[in-house]
Structure formats: structure tokens, C-alpha cells
Design a protein around this ligand. Structure first.
Ligand code: SF4
Length: 258
């Protein structure tokens, strides 16, 4: 189906999210962008990838959204920060694409993961796409920093089988230095998910000299342990696979010696 802006020819599937993609939605008129955000009928995607075994249980199809207000110093996908770097895709087309993998995902005990960027920057699109996946009987996961968790309605939470929540640091000052944003909305979302008994996997990126303070880590662990709905904690090693994106985007990559 042709997409707004005539972009049907652009390939949505990428070999990996490490493909640098910019300006795919730059020709979409501002009014269409506003309407897309308001209705969720269209979203902006960096890409679809298939066969992931690291973005939730089993084998996953992952849709990577664009748009993120955070500026994590170790972010490996800075091209996803800007909404207009993504390709405009209707919910119908995204669901159709996902539907092709429906049976295979069930066999491989996997599902669909919506990642980013931060998918809740486009929360209406996220809610519609996750609901469409759920309707097809596909396990749904969202990978988010949780900052806009309060945008997700209670009934929409029911369509999300798993939330992979990035917990970056405990100390508010350190968190702000690391991400540019406050930690409290993320913690509030975690507490709300616990109250609704929605499963969480916590993701924590271990960066030498930046997030490896033992006291800070102990406090994050204590918080996670007390929530009662955390099924798993993943400590991810820092890597520099996204460094070239920072350099190609003309951004200063401060962690080049880490
Ligand atoms: S929240 Fe995720 S996408 Fe956003 S800057 Fe941080 S690592 Fe990058």
C-alpha cells in the first residue's frame, strides 16, 4: 500500500538497527505529522528487523520507532532521536508486515517488540500497533525508557505482555548527566506496572566510569527487587557499535576511550 509521501519504494526491513537512516520522513507536511501523532493511524519507523533473540522472549520481529527526548551518552541509535528520520508507515501496513511472521513467531515462542527511539513518543501509534499484534495472537513487548508511561491508558497496558524498561542510573544527578532527563517518571511507570501486575524486564547498561558505581547499582537493584513484577534484569555491556552514527551525524561522541 502506498504510504503518505509516496514512500512505498523505500525498504522498511533493515539488516539491523545499526543501519544509519536519516530524513526518511522529512517531506511529510507538518500538519500530517501532527495528525499522525494525534490519531496514531500513522507512525514513523526507523526500520523493521527480524530474527532478534535479544529484544524479548524467543525470536522477535522488532519495529524501531523514531523520536526520543533523551540524550543518553552511550546511545547506539542517535539517528532514532529525530522523528522525521523515520519512514511514515500506516498502522495497517505495519500490521500487515508483522502478520507475515505470525505463525513463525508462535513456533519460535517469540513475538513482536516495539523499540526505538522511545516508542511512547508516538504512544497512540504504539497502542494501535500493539493492539493489532495482540489481535493476531502475537506476544507483544515494548522497549522504553518509561518517561511517557503516563500516556498509556490502563486498558492499553493490557495489550502489552512485557515491558522492557531501561533503568539507566539511580542517583537523580547522575541520571540527568547521563540522559539529560529526570528519573522519576521512569520509576513512577515501573511502580504503576507493578500495581497492574504487568511483567517487566529491567535493562541496565554497564558503562565503566559512568554507571558502575556500586552504591548506585545496589539501589537500582533494591528498587527492582521490591517491585514484585520484575521477571528478569539484563545487564548489558557497553559497546561502541553506534559510535559511527554519532560521527556521521556530526555529534561529539564522548565515550570513544571507554
Ligand atoms: S532512551 Fe534509548 S533511544 Fe533514547 S537516547 Fe537513551 S538509549 Fe538512545
Amino acid at each position: 500500500m502506498p504510504e503518505p509521501g509516496g514512500r512505498a519504494a523505500i525498504k522498511l526491513e533493515a539488516a539491523s538497527p545499526y543501519e544509519l537512516r536519516v530524513n526518511l520522513g522529512k517531506d511529510v507536511p507538518e500538519t500530517d505529522v501532527r495528525s499522525a501523532l494525534a490519531t496514531g493511524d500513522m507512525g514513523f519507523l526507523h526500520s523493521f528487523t527480524t530474527g532478534s533473540t535479544v529484544d524479548g522472549p524467543g525470536v522477535r520481529v522488532v519495529a524501531w520507532t523514531t523520536g526520543c527526548m533523551w540524550r543518553c551518552r552511550y546511545c547506539h541509535n542517535p539517528d532514532t532521536w529525530t522523528l522525521s528520520n523515520g519512514m511514515p508507515v500506516s498502522v495497517a501496513r505495519a500490521a500487515e508486515e508483522l502478520g507475515k511472521y505470525r505463525e513463525g513467531l508462535k513456533v519460535m515462542k517469540g513475538g513482536f517488540t516495539l523499540s526505538g527511539g522511545d516508542p511512547l513518543m508516538q504512544h497512540r501509534f504504539a497502542a494501535k500497533l500493539l493492539a493489532a499484534a495482540k489481535k493476531m495472537g502475537i506476544h507483544t513487548t515494548i522497549e522504553t525508557n518509561g518517561y511517557f508511561g503516563d500516556r498509556v491508558a490502563d486498558e492499553e497496558l493490557e495489550k502489552i505482555d512485557l515491558v522492557m524498561l531501561g533503568l539507566k542510573s539511580w542517583d537523580p544527578e547522575r541520571h540527568k548527566r547521563l540522559t539529560g532527563m529526570e528519573i522519576e517518571p521512569t520509576l513512577a511507570f515501573a511502580r504503576r506496572l507493578a500495581a497492574h501486575r504487568r511483567p517487566i524486564w529491567i535493562r541496565f547498561v554497564l558503562v565503566p566510569g559512568l554507571t558502575d558505581d556500586p552504591d548506585d547499582m545496589a539501589k537500582s537493584a533494591d528498587f527492582a527487587a521490591k517491585l514484585g513484577n520484575v521477571e528478569r534484569v539484563e545487564v548489558l555491556p557497553f559497546h561502541q557499535m553506534g559510535r559511527y552514527k554519532w560521527e556521521r551525524l556530526g555529534r561529539e561522541y564522548e565515550l570513544r576511550d571507554v
